[in-house]
Design a protein around this ligand. Structure first.
Ligand SMILES: [Zn+2]
Length: 359
């Protein structure tokens, strides 16, 4: 049985272990200790991700959360106000991801205690999700057999189900003009900043349509006030839940780059457009979504299917052929000092997870 007091204690213990991205050693050690005590066969891949397998019957299922938190996330002091848990106001709470992690541990504890039959579980705790999905990107997929799974990481209650998220292209541009003294012989120079400004002014950015966005987010260039700038570097991103539109908008970027560069013979452009991850989209009648909806309604919860504009580990899992759905964990206002988790919703998350893996 899912027990409130035990789940709450696990949550309070976990958020008090500092785990900013890249500094997950302590929390990883604690997770390995707990997973082994629960009877899992636990290993770490070369990146440090934790994979714990629990024997069962039927098709294996991956159960995932990440372990790292954002800043300010050191010395977290959880405070309980009735059903609500906050930090003391100086830090985040760390309910993202630890409300999900605590729920998963509670389920494993309950399954063991009651000797419930369940499907084979592949519990995957990823590292460094918050700094570019690094754990999922570097996960050793050869250690996994599950073709479907659930990620416990979203905002809102467990009924909040993300059915689609955009693919992502990272655009890295360096423009190389020609340096010259700006006062003595500017005509000998080619301003990389002017070229970059012309390019950026022509790029279609912001919201492109209901499922496509683009942004120029970083720019740096020039060396001195009195020098015609030789170099300009900028970075942009393109996202779309449609792969076709992702490619089409990337092509639009390339066309602008080419058209402007043609005007500046003698200048050069170094361009990298890298697919960080593909989009994914579950149809509402997909068997995984149907199953989730059934379990939610058995628990008296209304499913809230959402289309996301951001990327998570789930995008990477899909790219590796594992159909994973992301659900909420009862956490709100993640990545801010106003973050809070609801105990009643954490319990619902655990009940949901238990129901979905039990046979
Ligand atoms: Zn998260």
């Amino acid at each position: 049985m899912i027990r409130k007091e035990r789940l709450l204690q696990t949550f309070l213990d976990l958020v008090q272990i500092d785990s900013p991205s890249g500094e997950e050693q302590k929390i990883a050690k604690e997770m390995i200790r707990r997973l082994e005590a629960l009877g899992g066969s636990v290993e770490r891949d070369a990146f440090g991700n934790i994979i714990a397998k629990f024997k069962g019957v039927g098709d294996p299922m991956m159960i995932n959360a990440h372990l790292d938190t954002v800043e300010p996330g050191r010395g977290i002091k959880p405070v309980i106000h009735g059903d609500k848990i906050t930090s003391d106001g100086r830090t985040i709470l760390g309910g993202d991801p630890k409300a999900g992690v605590a729920a998963i541990l509670e389920v494993l504890t309950s399954l063991k205690e009651e000797k419930h039959k369940h499907v084979p579980l592949e519990v995957v705790f990823t590292m460094s999700e918050e700094i570019g999905l690094k754990g999922a990107v570097n996960l050793d997929y050869s250690k996994l057999t599950a073709k479907k799974g659930i990620t416990f990481d979203g905002d809102g209650g467990v009924g909040t189900v993300t059915t689609s998220a955009p693919g992502y292209n990272r655009v890295d541009v360096t423009i190389i003009g020609r340096g010259a003294h700006a006062g003595v012989e500017p005509e000998k120079g080619i301003s990389a900043i002017k070229i970059g400004a012309e390019i950026i002014s022509k790029l279609e950015i912001g919201r492109i349509d209901h499922e496509t966005t683009a942004n120029v987010g970083l720019i740096e260039g020039g060396s001195a006030l009195n020098a015609v700038p030789e170099r300009l570097h900028f970075m942009a991103e393109i996202r779309s839940r449609s792969l076709q539109k992702l490619e089409k908008h990337s092509l639009h970027f390339e066309e602008i780059f080419n058209a402007v560069m043609q005007k500046y013979q003698g200048a050069k452009i170094e361009l990298k457009i890298v697919r960080e991850f593909d989009p994914y989209l579950f149809k509402e009648n997909h068997s995984v979504i149907q199953k989730i909806k059934n379990v939610l309604s058995q628990l008296g919860l209304k499913p809230k299917l959402e289309l996301s504009g951001g990327g998570t580990d789930v995008n990477i899992f899909h790219t590796h052929g594992i159909e994973v759905v992301c659900v909420g964990v009862g956490d709100y206002g993640a990545h801010t000092t106003k973050e809070y988790a609801l105990i009643s919703e954490m319990i619902q998350t655990a009940r949901f997870c238990e129901k979905i893996v039990k046979i």
